[in-house]
Each structure stands twice: as structure tokens, then as C-alpha cells.
Write a protein that binds this ligand. Structure first.
Ligand code: FAD
Length: 383
């Protein structure tokens, strides 16, 4: 049995947090195009929710990854995608490498405050010329005395406009593209770090997404996470977790969209009976519920195996792929049954339609997942 009473207690705590601390403000944050991450993270930190899987020495709870999956799923109770995504960046994208490979001093300086909710973190991998192809990044960090001097820039950086530090992937030497990169902590208020602009997006409106430039940014070499040249490998290592997190986070939003649609379609009368009473409608919704439960089972199974120490790269990639595809299908089909109301901006299903579209693009596009699944199935042609 994967989930214990402790998991269920965690689930209730996170869902309550969504209902009481997030949902009353979501519409205003969506409108503003940003939400107060420092304020929200301080509250999450005081509940111990930003360090579930992190070492106790940095203030974490040192729990296994099933707790992170429960938190990701419970965050789906938030009535937008942007805020959960920003929280996930803090807990499961910007901090895992630091927690695993960072020196104790670096963990005290940057990880402990991120777990306490005193600092907001972001992860800087993608660039204008490198998204799916991570090895193509152009940002460089050259050594100069005891420092690195960083030049280049990052694009699509979640939390970028308000973060205190970035976990930045930069090329630190010549040589093979998978062995010449390092992860370096860059405090965002260092001279030469410029938040150039925030991007105007179709969804995830409450989460700020920034373009950032580095112009001769000087940071001490001790801000490097782990070994030099291992950045690409560290980044790849955490993808199993990121993908499980993303798939788990999709589940409750899908449940909510279907439940909201059932409620609306039950009330709304057309041709003398409710929209829901038309067989095509309740059959379609039943089919979608079945698909969501199948995805939930896949996520839980992959989590169980991962916690048992198995490599779940293929299952986690399948879960991420399925979550992206299913989110698009659920949002589109549910929106249809709201008629014109589904086409309005503030409708919860139209928000899922916009926010959820990212799931097939961010953190590894559907095609990247398909490549991984095919590679592990032995069907990807070798060139
Ligand atoms: C809202 C938002 C938030 C983000 N947050 C962050 C963040 O915090 N930090 C960060 O580093 N990055 C972040 N990203 C970047 C995100 O991870 C990238 O957008 C993603 O990896 C895709 O890269 P790209 O946009 O450059 O698309 P490209 O790499 O140019 O790919 C374009 C398209 O090509 C197709 N494709 C890709 N690979 C293959 C293939 N093998 N075969 C066939 N087709 C293929 C896919 O359809 C893909 O969508 C964010 C992006 C968005 C939109």
C-alpha cells in the first residue's frame, strides 16, 4: 500500500492551503500576471511543505518521493495552474540538485532559506536557442581567479521576475556537450543579472515567466553545485521526479474540470432536457473519468516503483506524455459542453484549456517523451 495515514494528512493540509490561502486570490493574481511568491512561500515554509524530500540538515523532512507526489496531486485543488507550477519549480526543479550534490555550506546559504520559504528560487536551463535540445545552451561561465564570470541568457524562467537565486546551467569548459556543463547558483541581485522582460502568455497567467540576461556576472566558484562538468547529468537525473510531479499535478485539475462540467450540464436545459441527459455527453464524460483514473494508476505505480529504488524513466515519461495529451482532451471536450460560457475568459474550464496546454510543451515536449519511450523500447532508429 503506497499511501499511509501520513500521506492522507499531507493531502488534506495541502488541499486546505489551496482552498483557504490560494483560491480566494487566484482570479486577482491571474489578472495581475503575477502572484506574491514570497508571501505564499513563507506560509508554505512555515507548514514544512517546501522541503518534504529534502535533508533534515537543511530543514527538510527527508521523506521519500511518494510524499512529493501526494503534494503535487493535492496542489491540483488550486483553481489555476500557474501557482502550483511555481511551487513545483521551487520544490522539485530548482532545488533537487542542490539538495543531492551541493556542499553543506551551499545548502545552508541557499537551500535552507528556500525550504523555510524565505527565498524564492528559479531554474535556468532553457535559452532562446535551446529548449528541447538542452545540450545546445550557449550561456558560459569562465573561471577567473576564484570566480566564475557568466555571460549569456535564459528564456522562459518561471519565478524569474521575483526569484532570489537561480540554479543555472552553463557551459564551463570545452569538450563533449554532455560533460562540459555545470549547475551554478546565481543570486539574482548580482551585478550584471538583468530581468529583461516578462512574457505575455496565453495561460499560467499568475506565474511570471522571465527572460534574463547575464552580462559579466561574477559569482564565486564555490557556488557551483557538485562537480564541474556534471551539470547536464545532474539535470537529467532529476527528470524522473519532475515528470512524475507534473503528471501527478495534472490529476485533480482534470477531476475538477469534469465535475464542474457535470454540474453545469446537469443544470443547463436544451430541447427540454438537461445537456447531461444526452447520451453522448454523459458517455463522453464517463470515458474521460476512466482515462483520468488510468493516468492516476500509472502515476501511482511509477511512484511506488521509484520509491522502491527502480528506474522509472520510461513509466514517468509515459505518465508525463499521457498527462499532457489527456489535459488537452479533457479541457477541449468539457469546454464544448459549456457552449458559449466555455468560451469566456474566467470560466474554470477555459482556464484549464489555456493553462493545461503547457503540459505538452514544458519540461520536455510530448515528442521528447516519445523519443525517450521509443529509445527505452529499443525502437528508436540508431544513426
Ligand atoms: C510557461 C513556461 C514556463 C517555463 N518554465 C521554465 C523554467 O522555469 N526553466 C526553464 O529552464 N525552462 C522553462 N520553460 C521552457 C520549456 O521547458 C521549453 O519551452 C521546452 O523545453 C520546449 O523548448 P522550446 O520552447 O525551445 O521548444 P523547441 O525545443 O524549439 O521545440 C519546438 C517543438 O519541437 C517539437 N519537438 C521537440 N523535440 C522533438 C523531437 N525529438 N522530434 C520531433 N519533434 C520534436 C515539439 O513539438 C516542440 O514543442 C518554460 C516554458 C514555458 C512556456
Amino acid at each position: 500500500m503506497l499511501f499511509t495515514p501520513e500521506h492522507e494528512e499531507l493531502r488534506r493540509t495541502v488541499e486546505r492551503f489551496c482552498r483557504e490561502e490560494l483560491n480566494p486570490h487566484v482570479d486577482a493574481w491571474e489578472e495581475a500576471g503575477i502572484y506574491p511568491a514570497h508571501e505564499v512561500f513563507r506560509k508554505l515554509g512555515s507548514l514544512g511543505l517546501l522541503g518534504l524530500t529534502k535533508p533534515e540538515s537543511a530543514g527538510g523532512a527527508n521523506l521519500d518521493y511518494s510524499y512529493a507526489v501526494v503534494m503535487a496531486e493535492a496542489l491540483g485543488a488550486c483553481r489555476c495552474g500557474g501557482v502550483p507550477m511555481s511551487i513545483g519549480v521551487q520544490t522539485d526543479m530548482a532545488t533537487p540538485a542542490l539538495a543531492r550534490f551541493g556542499s553543506p555550506e551551499l545548502q545552508q546559504e541557499f537551500l535552507a532559506p528556500a525550504i523555510a520559504g524565505e527565498m524564492v528560487a528559479c531554474i535556468g536551463v532553457s535559452e532562446p536557442g535551446a529548449g528541447s535540445d538542452v545540450a545546445a545552451i550557449r550561456t558560459t561561465a569562465r573561471t577567473d581567479g576564484d570566480d566564475y564570470v557568466i555571460n549569456g541568457g535564459k528564456l522562459w524562467i518561471t519565478n524569474g521576475a521575483q526569484a532570489d537565486w537561480m540554479c543555472c546551467l552553463a557551459t564551463t569548459s570545452a569538450g563533449a556537450p554532455h560533460r562540459n556543463k555545470s549547475l551554478i547558483i546565481v543570486p539574482m541581485r548580482t551585478r550584471g543579472v538583468v530581468v529583461e522582460r516578462t512574457l505575455h502568455k496565453i495561460g499560467m497567467r499568475s506565474s511570471d515567466t522571465a527572460q534574463i540576461f547575464f552580462d559579466d556576472v561574477r559569482v564565486p566558484q564555490r557556488y557551483r553545485i557538485g562537480e564541474e562538468g556534471m551539470g547536464f547529468t545532474y539535470q537529467m537525473l532529476q527528470f524522473q521526479e519532475e515528470r512524475l510531479w507534473g503528471a501527478a499535478n495534472a490529476l485533480q485539475g482534470l477531476d475538477n474540470a469534469i465535475a464542474d462540467t457535470i454540474a453545469y450540464a446537469r443544470d443547463r436545459k436544451i430541447f427540454g432536457r438537461s445537456v447531461l441527459d444526452h447520451q453522448v455527453v454523459h458517455f463522453t464524460l464517463a470515458e474521460l473519468q476512466t482515462e483520468v483514473e488510468a493516468l492516476r494508476s500509472l502515476v501511482y505505480r511509477a511512484t511506488e516503483l521509484y520509491v522502491a529504488g527502480k528506474d522509472v524513466t520510461q513509466l514517468a515519461s509515459m505518465a508525463k506524455l499521457k498527462a499532457g495529451r489527456l489535459t488537452r482532451e479533457v479541457a477541449d471536450k468539457c469546454l464544448q459542453y459549456w457552449g458559449g460560457m466555455g468560451f469566456t475568459w474566467d470560466n474554470p474550464v477555459s482556464r484549464l484549456y489555456r493553462d493545461g496546454r503547457l503540459a505538452s510543451i514544458g519540461g520536455g515536449a510530448d515528442e521528447v517523451m516519445l523519443s525517450i519511450i521509443a529509445k527505452l523500447a529499443g525502437t528508436l532508429p540508431r544513426n
